[in-house]
Design a protein around this ligand. Sequence first.
Ligand code: CUA
Length: 317
Amino acid sequence: MFWPSSAQASTFMPVQASKIAMHVDSLYEFLLWASLISCVLVIGGFILFSIKYKRKSESDRTPYISHNNLLEFLWSFIPFVVFMVVFAWGFFVYREMRTMPQDGLEILVEGQKWNWTFYYKSGKISAGELWVPENTPIKLVMTSKDVIHSFYLPAFRNKQDVVPGRYTALTFNAEKKGDYQVFCTEYCGDQHSAMLAKLHVVTREEFDRWLANDPYKGLSLTEIGQKVYGSRCAMCHSQSDVKMVGPGWKGLYGSSRTFVSGDPVAKVDENYIRESILNPNAKVVVGFGPASAMPTFAGQLSEQEIMAIIELIKGLK
Ligand code: CUA
């Protein structure tokens, strides 16, 4: 092999967290070297011949050249072989990447502007944090609530579009414990670049403990509100009075709101906040219309989490 050993992350590539990542990188390095060598041959020959065969005097005449069978065969056949190698290699890596495990751990992924929610079969719901046990085939079954997103795991060289109204799947097997970045790689609105999540690869025991653990145990309602805010609301709402995609939360509680629908002015109270979380289009405030940019959080937040958000907003005077 004339490219460096692929066991370790190379200078130009992120860490390789699975075998497939290694295979993708090997193929990529092959393509890189093949392109580099072709480039040197073509450009080098071009420069060399333009010097060597430069017209030396006015009486120089270009000789009559018709063809060269051997040369023409070689410059067709060698690239053909290289391309077929790339095709076959790519086919096998892609097949390996897209073959879903039969007995894998299935996790439902839901994308929406602008966060990721993970639903486990035990009933656990996690926002912005995907926990998986190491050395276990994982199958993500994914869908979107609004527009097309794309779930991307650079350390696994693996990504898949997440489309509203249908399920798509992605599989990986994490061989190295650690935290890895999840990106959205389909432009989905002005907070697209903030649509992030963390993948935590842990031991089976740690995973089981996490699955059974109540993340809000021992926290006050406002502290729970802060946690929910961090994973769900921070992309669009500030805790000051600064307007982002949505209104800032400071002083929101008790304030008067005017609506684009022309409905009577209303004061922000518990019921108003609850309705805005579950049905954001019910009352669209002047300056944020014509339709609400906020997706519904119905089914994603528990009653406890909704109450915690209300409590948090009430405290921001
Ligand atoms: Cu979601 Cu970009």
